[in-house]
Ligand binder design. Sequence first.
Ligand SMILES: [Zn+2]
Length: 279
Amino acid sequence: MKLMTRYLLVAVAITAAFTNFIACGAQMYKASLTGDHQQPSEVQAANSADPSSPEFGLHAPSGWTSLPIIYKSDQGMAKVQLAALKAAMHTWEVATGKTLFTYAGVHTGNTGDSFPDLYSSLRDQINGQYLDANWKKTGKKAEVLATTIWNNPNNEYQLIDAADIHYNTENYFIANALQQSPIDQREIVDMQSLATHELGHFLGLAHVSEAYDNTSIMNPSIMIGTGLANRSLSVGDIERIQKIYGCLGTACNAQATARAILQAGLKVGLTEGPDQASH
Ligand SMILES: [Zn+2]
């Protein structure tokens, strides 16, 4: 019953934004997202899930050991996927007013499938954005869209010094869900929406339940399908990322920053016509 209630909350929010698409018969269902690291800490898990803790919503409250984070993309990544990834990174940069990421080009010779298991990609000193066409190898279920893995230096959960994101391209067509359609047997997943969520983990955010903040990009599941996307951040998301990295300039006003992200066109639907200003 609780799960059904959550589902309805999200469905109502999506319906408001995507009336056009539902009328077109878009199929939607929730798919899960996970983030984990090599040595899970019970302390961290307890703090990040407790709304009264100063570490609520954060798995690494001190964030990366140095910024900007230098990253590479999978050699199989399409232009549309890379553009979506960079747009998602820009969203988090707008949220803090800081440069968080630096692109170091294609990870030549490596895809997610080059690694023998999920965690070995952490050992190559490259922060990678990988496409995994052999998802079973990760040990994650097929319904998991992507997973972010990270390393805590000296087992200090507060800090991150390396991380990778693996996208499940075995079971999903990860692209621009507002402009593209499913191919073969795979449902379409919006790359920018998915990357915005995973980058939240990559930067140090934990999941936030729908019951606590149902517009958070860090809810543990998202709606997927043609025409379905959520590329924006809640005010709470902005406040939580600023707890880790601080803020500069106008970004420090979380309410105004959330509105700026919408107005900059990072929010869903702009290419399809719906007016987001009133939503
Ligand atoms: Zn997640």
